[in-house]
Design a protein around this ligand. Structure first.
Ligand code: FES
Length: 409
């Protein structure tokens, strides 16, 4: 799941006089149109760019039960959620995804399983089809076995191709997600050709954004600006070919833009995440922010979390902004960018996202780009996402790699 594919913004609601004490109204109201269920942080892959929290090991023992997930699905549906992403970690490590899919169908969700493909068998995919799962998004990593296996720290190259064929055979649209970074960005044309050969209907080329494990590995993963420009040009050429039938989505990396993204389409506007341990978040990284207490489905319901919790209200709209965002003519386009990125890089969660060239912290982005070219820094080993490294980060043993950030990402 990437942040750039979220769809529509807040809903405009017309309220008829008969429903509202004789007064007709037209109000703007936020609804969590998207529910992302991060059902587990366990994962058989160890991707260097994973956006899961680096301290995920804390949350692998206290996952929500099937019943708690089903209650969360019902509550979110009452609030207006219509799109359901079932994600992780690797969701297929749970054996109750079939039950979750059946319930999602009954509730009228459009459901999407976001998977590495590890654990997808004929038996399970048949059960998903019968249960009403609408969509499967498969992650791919490269056209070469070498890079696929290196960046995921697993041997999964052949398996992914088999799973792609299985998804197609069962009549699902073929939806691929490829995270782009220094090791595969030069293969973009071949990656598009591979997707075409697999019969992909849709491919998302998601340039790495730097949160979680990818922030720890930023110097090792960040491509050169010229490589990103070249990849975009190749993508546009591929798109323009009249024989191309795939929808191709190219997610521009924040660090090479001069304006920030409207993160999550606005804080608490359309997107709600329930994490493996039941925390309810407006974005994947929110727990890095200081002085915030996030609701948990075990304590209070999703309605309170969405409508009333201080955490969801904290960065809604623009009243929290300070300069230069407050008086910026573009503030409605980007809402000051990403709160988590602002805090991780500048130490101030209310600062303009340093990605913005108007930000007083923009030099931090320029420094990161320079650091990613420094052979001493890039030669540091990748910290792969695994339980051992998560425990080390929790214990403060990798502080040399995260010291320059203002929280454990
Ligand atoms: Fe952008 Fe948290 S990841 S606001």
């Amino acid at each position: 799941m990437t942040q750039a594919s979220l769809g529509q913004s807040v809903v405009q609601k017309e309220i008829h006089a008969s429903q509202n004490n004789g007064v007709a109204a037209n109000i703007t109201q936020t609804q969590p149109l998207w529910l992302l269920a991060e059902v587990t942080y366990r994962c058989p892959l160890h991707c260097a760019f994973c956006y899961n929290p680096t301290d995920y090991d804390k949350h692998t023992q206290n996952e929500l039960t099937t019943e708690q997930w089903i209650d969360a699905l019902r509550d979110a549906r009452k609030l207006g959620a219509i799109q359901l992403g079932i994600s992780g970690g690797e969701p297929l490590l749970r054996d109750d995804i079939e039950d979750i899919v059946i319930e999602a169908k009954k509730l009228g969700y459009y459901s999407n399983l976001i998977t590495s493909g590890v654990g997808l068998t004929e038996k399970r995919i048949k059960a998903f089809k019968e249960g009403g799962l609408d969509h499967i998004q498969l992650s791919m990593h490269d056209i070469t076995e070498e890079i696929n296996n290196f960046i995921t720290n697993t041997k999964t190259f052949e398996l992914k191709k088999k799973v792609a064929a299985m998804i197609k055979d069962h009549g699902y649209p073929m939806v691929l997600n490829v995270v782009m970074h220094r090791y595969n960005i030069g293969h973009i044309k071949e990656i598009l050709e591979m997707a075409e050969a697999l019969g992909a209907d849709y491919i998302e080329l998601a340039n790495t954004q730097y949160y979680g494990w990818s922030l720890v590995n930023r110097n090792q993963l960040m491509p050169l600006k010229e490589q990103v420009d070249h990849a975009e040009a190749v993508t546009n050429e591929f798109r323009a070919n009249p024989n191309n039938k795939m929808k191709i989505f190219f997610v521009v990396p924040d660090y090479f833009s001069d304006r920030p993204k409207k993160c999550m389409n606005g804080w608490g506007e359309i997107f709600m995440i329930v994490t493996a341990n039941g925390d309810v978040l407006p974005c994947h990284s929110a727990r890095v922010l200081p002085n915030m207490q996030f609701p948990n489905v075990r304590e209070k319901g999703l309605e309170w979390a969405w409508n009333d919790s201080p955490a969801f209200n904290k960065y809604r709209g623009d009243s929290w902004m300070k300069e230069p965002c407050r008086s910026c003519s573009e503030k409605e386009n980007d809402l000051g960018g990403c709160r988590c990125q602002a805090f991780l890089l500048s130490g101030d969660a209310e600062a303009a996202d340093p990605v913005c060239s108007k930000s007083p912290h923009h030099h931090l982005i320029e420094k990161a780009i320079e650091d990613s070219k420094n052979p001493v820094l890039t030669a540091q080993p990748i910290v792969f996402r695994n339980d051992k490294n998560s425990k080390k980060i929790i214990a403060g043993e990798l502080n040399d790699r995260v010291d320059e950030f203002h929280a454990l990402p």
